[in-house]
Design a binder for this molecule. Structure first.
Ligand SMILES: Nc1cc(CSc2ncc[nH]2)c2nc(N)[nH]c(=O)c2c1
Ligand SMILES: [Zn+2]
Length: 372
């Protein structure tokens, strides 16, 4: 079983270009990770996800523990075999989804009890159970079981929540055990409070992890506050380990996060918005439902090499969106994931060449021109 490792190949300001090596393959950073919540990146075959340039995808402890259960996936050979994706998988630990998807829940020092949003059955998640589920799934990068407070929140609330998450991080580390080739990432909390963020980073470094996530952001605080926190929080984390900003984001969030030293990100945005007719392009957003596209023979983006842009017109995409044809979700999801991965490749190349600021200036200039 190979090792898990991270190499920084180049830096440009705070930004890093690197490679995470895992037994199931390498992850080029900065990396965008598509979300495959219930063992599928919606509307995409795994080979298509790979074709967009993704090196790793995300799974969800919360959804998979409820259906089909981690034990069933384990009996069937693990999540990679189950969903036919043999490259790295990162799984989230479930706490965030419990707090965002259920309302019948109880939070204690032990963990969280909740009722399934699917059938109302009672369930319990603890750091120990979350580690067991992620082990049964066979994920390559395991996330600590944490508590993510909603923002805005006062300092006392943020401190109480963060300190619980740090005790859960220790329990996650103890329960994870020694699993060569598999990684455990700690999750920094502390909201938008600098002192709490530093306290959280110190606690996580004292425990020791293979990578460190910045949690507790992209919870409705807005880009300005998120960037204010990212101006200092990544710097509290070890330089030689990957830094993962959870749940981010729009293209301009991604660019700003990479400029501030973030190496990995994930977001449902390209896939979820694709299913609603929202296309992301280098010139900004295009809502294909808009009547202005009805007779437009041009592709979404003349410069894009994805199957949607190579073979279909805006008029066609408008038609299959209005008629709610399944191919619309397929084509717009593929295009969006392709665009996000192309943006990541552009960022990696720019950092490698020491021209990140020029790349970022061009990124914003193209969007300022608006859609074609
Ligand atoms: N914004 C945000 C998003 C997610 C989900 S990331 C994800 N899981 C599955 C897909 N994507 C978070 N997850 C955890 N565990 N902690 C957080 O603080 C947090 C914050
Ligand atoms: Zn395209």
């Amino acid at each position: 079983m190979g090792k898990f490792g991270f190499t920084v190949q180049a830096t440009d300001g705070k930004a890093r270009k690197g490679v995470i090596s895992t037994p199931r393959g390498e992850i080029r950073t900065p990396a965008f990770m598509p979300v495959g919540t219930a063992a599928t990146v919606k509307a995409m075959m795994p080979e298509s996800v790979r074709a967009t340039g993704a090196d790793i995808l995300l799974g969800n402890t919360y959804h998979l523990m409820l259906r089909p259960t981690a034990e069933r996936i384990d009996r069937l050979g693990g999540l990679h075999k189950f969903m036919n994706w043999d490259r790295p998988i990162l799984t989230d630990s479930g706490g965030f989804q419990v707090m965002s998807l259920t309302d019948l829940r109880k939070l204690t020092e032990e963990g969280v009890t909740f009722r399934s949003h699917i059938d109302g059955s009672k369930h319990k998640l603890t750091p120990e159970r979350s580690m067991e589920i992620q082990r049964l799934l066979g994920s390559d990068i395991v996330m600590c079981f944490d508590e993510c407070p909603a923002l805005p929140a006062d300092e006392a609330t943020l401190a109480k929540s963060m300190r619980l998450s740090m005790r859960w991080a220790q329990r996650s580390r103890d329960a994870f055990g020694d699993r060569p080739g598999h990684a455990l990432f700690g999750i920094m909390q502390g909201g938008d409070n600098r002192a709490l963020r530093e306290e959280s980073a110190t606690a996580l470094k004292d425990i020791g992890f293979d990578g460190y996530a910045v949690g507790g952001l992209a919870v409705g605080e807005g880009q300005e506050i998120m960037f204010n926190v990212l101006d200092y929080a990544p710097g509290f984390l070890p330089e030689d380990k990957p830094r993962y900003l959870m749940g981010v984001g729009k293209p301009d969030d991604i660019v700003g996060a990479v400029e501030r030293g973030i190496d990995m990100m994930d977001c449902v945005l390209p896939s979820r918005s694709g299913r609603t007719g929202q296309a992301w392009t280098r010139r900004g957003q295009v809502n294909i439902k808009n009547a202005r596209h009805m007779d437009d023979p041009r592709p979404l983006d003349e410069a894009c090499t994805c199957p949607a842009c190579r073979n279909y017109s805006r008029a066609y995409l408008h038609h299959v969106m209005k008629s709610q044809e399944i191919i619309c979700s397929m084509l717009l999801t593929w295009h969006n994931l392709h665009y996000f991965q192309e943006l990541m490749q552009g960022l990696r190349d720019a950092i490698g060449a020491g021209r990140l600021s020029a790349f970022v200036a061009d990124f914003h200039a193209q969007r300022a021109m608006g859609d074609i």
